[in-house]
Design a protein around this ligand. Structure first.
Ligand SMILES: [Zn+2]
Length: 358
């Protein structure tokens, strides 16, 4: 601040008026918080603001006859600066609030968020359909562990170690501590046959829906995880006719009343006799097409009368009791019902595929 020099008292107001005009100019362009802060520091800053400088350079060294006029003018300028700074601060805050309000204002005419409604997966629908059919026949639904012991997955189902049937079921074994019992991921839902018969005396009529695991490389007809529904009926007077009738009833309920069934001899370690259940091709009605390789028949699932050897593992009286078992492939049956030609489609979560089952 330049020294005030020799002035008459009546010239003081003019000098202060110039300062005030300069302040008003600068205040007039402070429209946001940052420029307001610069303005405040420049004019009212405690150490080196203009007001402090005026006090130091004009008021302190002034001669007694000027001191009163300068002190009064400085007080007036100070009051003006402080009041103007405060009103600018309020104006800037109000403008910021208004801007925020406008940015955040909700436009009620905009369309709402449309949330996609889920539907049941095709495999789940097949599970429920099969469960419905067997519940209506008096079966109950039981669930079992996916991690099993070799005893329940193989031995108690008449599949001893080194039995060739084990080669057909490439198995995931868990790594267990030395000396601990071996564990595996069940390769079929059949272990629940044994677990159920251990706990319950006949009559037994159950189905066992669930996930099973095999060491297969994924392709159109294989996966390392798939779904089965095991069925088991054991009682005192169950004959092969009961078995064939139940199978035929199920196939008609599931695939439609026009579908015919046939039983072909097969082999499973835990059923004797064992059969493959075929149905007339759902795609050509039995006339012959690419899917059924022109034969008119398609393979549905394996089944058979329970091998008496299995009863030995659960202390059932094989002389008095008989029964049948079947293992339905849920992917296979879904594929036949909806003509799905690639197993992997079930697991890829592609909405274009899944929407078709809504
Ligand atoms: Zn066909």
């Amino acid at each position: 601040m330049e020294p005030l020099g020799d002035l008459a008292p009546d010239q003081v107001p003019e000098r202060f008026a110039k300062l005030r005009a300069r302040f008003d100019r600068e205040a007039g362009v402070a429209h946001d918080e940052n420029s307001w802060k610069s303005l405040r520091d420049f004019w009212a800053g405690r150490k080196s603001g203009v007001l402090t400088q005026v006090a130091d350079a004009w008021l302190k060294p002034a001669k007694p006859d000027l001191k009163r006029a300068i002190g009064q003018a400085l007080n007036e300028l100070k009051a003006h600066v402080e009041a103007a700074l405060e009103s600018r601060r309020l104006a800037i805050e109000a403008a910021a609030d208004q801007g925020a309000l406008e940015r955040e204002r909700e436009d009620l005419s905009l369309p709402g968020v449309i949330r996609a409604l889920g539907t049941r997966h095709p495999l789940r629908q097949t599970f429920e359909e099969i469960e419905r059919i067997f519940l209506s026949l008096g079966y109950s639904v039981v669930a079992g562990p996916e991690m099993e012991t070799p005893y329940y997955n193989f031995e108690a189902l008449n599949i001893p170690e080194h039995h060739p049937a084990r080669d057909n079921m490439d198995t995931f074994y868990m790594s267990t501590p030395p000396g601990a019992a071996a564990l595996l991921l069940r390769t079929h839902t059949s272990p629940m046959q044994v677990r159920t018969m251990e706990k319950k005396q006949p009559p037994v009529r159950i189905i066992v829906p669930g996930k099973v695991y095999r060491r297969d490389n994924p392709d159109a007809t294989h996966g390392f995880i798939f779904h089965q529904i095991e069925g088991l009926a054991v009682d005192t007077d169950i004959t092969f006719c009961d078995f064939a009738g139940t199978v035929e009833y199920f196939v008609r309920e599931f695939l439609g009343p026009k579908v015919k069934t046939r039983l072909r001899p097969s082999y499973f370690p835990f059923t004797e006799p064992s059969v493959e259940v075929d149905a007339t091709c759902v795609f050509c009605g039995g006339k012959g097409c690419n899917v059924c390789k022109q034969s008119g028949w398609i393979e549905l699932f394996g089944a058979g009368m329970v091998d008496p050897a299995v009863y030995g593992f659960v202390n059932y009286d094989a002389q008095r009791l008989s029964g049948f078992a079947f293992g339905l492939g849920v992917e296979r049956l879904t594929q036949l019902k909806y003509n799905v030609n690639d197993l992997q489609l079930y697991y890829q979560n592609d909405m274009r595929f899944l929407r078709q089952f809504a």
